[in-house]
Design a protein around this ligand. Structure first.
Ligand SMILES: *Cc1c(COP(=O)(O)O)cnc(C)c1O
Length: 356
């Protein structure tokens, strides 16, 4: 049975990736051993690690000034690892608050430096991306959340500033080309657009690490993982392997240009329907709409459950909205087929015929 999975995360991955990952659990590359039982120091696995790194570099055009790390602890651990590693107590950093994840990043950072929230869309329930705000030039960095998984907004362009950028790209990593040279650090939890939960990719400019005075626990120090090639301790072997498979799929499907084109077409399909259909309305400002997480609500009271039932009958899964926005959310990450988006559009049209 084909289920159209619109879950926000853990989320859809390409079918071919699930198949190759399953096979590797039984017999990894004809070795007679499972990927789950081999040493992370074996040549078989170090090859996987090297390939995961080189694919990240190739897809995003990352040069040697940056390290590419595969860490544990989720994107949520980067909320504190970033300021812990990059700020002395008296140092300033600026944050843009565009939703729940930004809010959490700001809260954690306050323990390690002088943090200012330079812009926020909180007063409108985070339905837009602030623009044209001032950034204190003495900030060590400006932190943004490139795509707001819960509120369905995204930076279509990153802020123009001399201050180095740091971005949480968890929910739009590898969804479009990004000029990495504009960033000092990019991080992304895998389970939205890259792989299984358990690994977080960190792309960090090597020259910014090792400048703070405080003592940093070994495991939380970027330098440790840079020096050891993400192999200081046992890395999350399987999530790294599956992420590597997904990156191969991205490469084989046109790279980031290919993903951007495909994602824009899918997003247009569903946003056009939301804008046309009298029963639905989008929650995010049009110019700030996310191409990954599409948030929308019903224009009439009391019909949400009926629409969710119709979705279920049609094997459409994961479209219930997050409680902070309500209504519906369709996450249409890289691996989502246009046909699945069309299946959702079809039931929206049927629903309008029945109730509109
Ligand atoms: C899901 C998500 C997180 C949290 O990721 P974890 O890996 O669960 O810690 C952080 N930021 C964004 C933008 C997310 O979508």
């Amino acid at each position: 049975m084909k289920v159209h999975n619109f879950s926000a995360g853990p989320a859809i991955l390409p079918r071919s990736v699930f198949e190759a990952a399953s096979q590797a659990c039984l017999d990894f590359n004809g070795s007679g051993l499972s990927i789950l039982e081999i040493s992370h120091r074996s040549p078989e696995f170090t090859t996987v690690m090297a390939e995961a790194e080189s694919l990240t570099r190739e897809l995003l055009n990352v040069d040697d000034d940056y390290a590419v790390l595969f860490l544990t602890g989720g994107a949520s651990s980067q909320f504190f690892m970033v300021p812990l590693n990059l700020l002395n107590e008296e140092d300033k950093a600026s944050y843009v608050n565009t939703g729940s994840w930004s809010t959490k990043a700001i809260k954690e950072a306050k323990a390690y430096g002088q943090i200012s929230e330079v812009a926020s869309s909180k007063d409108k329930n985070f339905n837009f991306i602030p623009k044209g705000f001032d950034i204190p030039q003495d900030s060590k960095y400006l932190h943004i959340t490139s795509n707001n998984t819960i509120y369905g907004t995204a930076f279509s362009e990153f802020p123009e500033t001399e201050v180095p950028l740091i971005a949480d790209m968890s929910s739009d990593f590898l969804s479009r080309p990004v000029d990495v040279s504009r960033f000092d650090l990019i991080y992304a939890g895998a389970q939205k657009n890259l792989g299984p939960a358990g690994v977080t990719v960190v792309i960090v400019k090597k020259s910014i690490v090792g400048k703070v005075e405080r003592q940093i626990p070994t495991m939380l120090n970027y330098q440790t993982h840079i020096d050891k090639g993400s192999m200081f301790n046992t890395p999350p072997v399987f999530p790294i392997f599956v992420s590597m498979l997904t990156m191969k799929w991205v490469k084989d499907n046109g790279g980031l240009e290919g993903m951007a084109k495909r994602n824009a077409a899918k997003a247009q399909l569903i946003y056009d329907e939301i804008d046309r259909n009298s029963l639905f309305t989008g929650t995010a400002e049009k110019e700030d709409r996310s191409l990954m997480n599409v948030t929308f609500v019903m224009t009439r009271e009391g019909l949400d459950e009926a629409f969710l039932s119709l979705a279920k009958e049609n094997n459409i899964s994961g479209i219930k909205g997050h409680r902070s926005v309500g209504g519906f959310r369709a996450s249409i990450y890289n691996a989502m087929a246009p046909e699945s988006v069309q299946a959702l559009v079809d039931i929206m049209q049927r629903f309008e015929k029945q109730y509109g």
